[in-house]
Ligand binder design. Sequence first.
Ligand code: PLP
Length: 423
Amino acid sequence: MSLQERDKKHLWHPLTQHKLHPNHLAITKAKGALLYDDNGKSYIDGIASWYTCMYGHSNDYITNRVAQQMQELDHVVFAGFTHEPAIKLSEALIDILPKNQQKIFFSDNGSTSVDVAIKMALQYHFNKGEKRSKIIALEGGFHGDTFGAMSVSGLSVYNGPFEDFFIDVERIPVPTTSNFETVKAQFIKLLETENVAGFIYEPLVQGAAAMQMYDAALLDELLSITKKHGTLAIADEVMTGFGKTGKNFASEYLTNQPDIICLAKSLTGGLVPMAITSCTQEVYDAFLSNDLAKGFFHGHTYSANPIACTAALAGIELLKSENIQDNIKRITKSHQDFGLKIKQHPKVKSTRQLGVIFALDLNIKMERYGDLRYRLFNYFMENGVCLRPLGNTIYILAPYVTTKEQMNKVYTTIESALNNISS
Ligand SMILES: *Cc1c(COP(=O)(O)O)cnc(C)c1O
């Protein structure tokens, strides 16, 4: 029996309606920018496996460091104990994070990093004797699938069974130059009339909303208002972090820095799961007390796992290397050239780009998960390119190590898909 057939017996895949989509392609190997299936066919991983493997799959530098670490210290409880991989990682992160970030808290994935951030914001005010229960979020944002993270994400048709159990969230539209005065007024009103503990946002790029991009100056203005009301700003950089926007973190494009930052996905270069919620000294200090209950009683069994910390540390070293920085510049430039060209195509409505994140909207109206999306996906895969269109958006977020030739193949495959697929 093939892997695909054996898969069907016991496995339940994420985000999948198995009745409609029973088949899952078996991948047996991944190296650099390439995935290989069980027939040996290769695919360029144009989305870096959900933006995780940015330094390339099975990266030798990371895997060698992790293999060494595995011989020395596998795991130890992080409550009451510490270890060098976590210490070194905290130092390396503080060195590259926005200057106001001082403390590093570990969890296991992007969703838990958001749940931690929300709990931090709620308890920060609680510890100061203020009961603030609301969180403001941006419409169409995505922050994860655990209860807290799901609550602050945009409303989705998939959330039906859970909506009654959400935490208290107010949503405002993503600011644009045309709606800004209305959004700003709504935002100020919420901050003045509601007890708002935190404002969570994906800075500059909303990943799951098909790489929607918005203006740094507008977000900056909202953040300066947030500060005036003592509401904590929470930047979810789970997708935007570690170089994808052309800077280490998207928050670097802003003047107002967040109080709390969420990190995951390419934090460990795709090798193992781990997440971090960082915060300012001021946030941390609100939890210091002789009263035990004012501490932050949140923890995961694998918090600060030394193997994961080592992978993250090796990843940051790669990020800072000349080689990766040159690759980021090269891909940013080639995306610009491709954007100029493909914009002229009659089936393309618009293009957008920030750093190595590129997206184009098709001129074709369709449902978010309609048929065209699958036809495009199948066309790309048949041609050896793994891209997952979202609605009528095709986006590229390939690993930094994708070669010039591989990137050209991604571009030409998109172009030929536009020429060959009828709407
Ligand atoms: C993917 C993502 C998450 C959730 O991360 P998981 O590791 O899948 O739980 C949260 N926020 C953003 C912006 C993301 O892109």
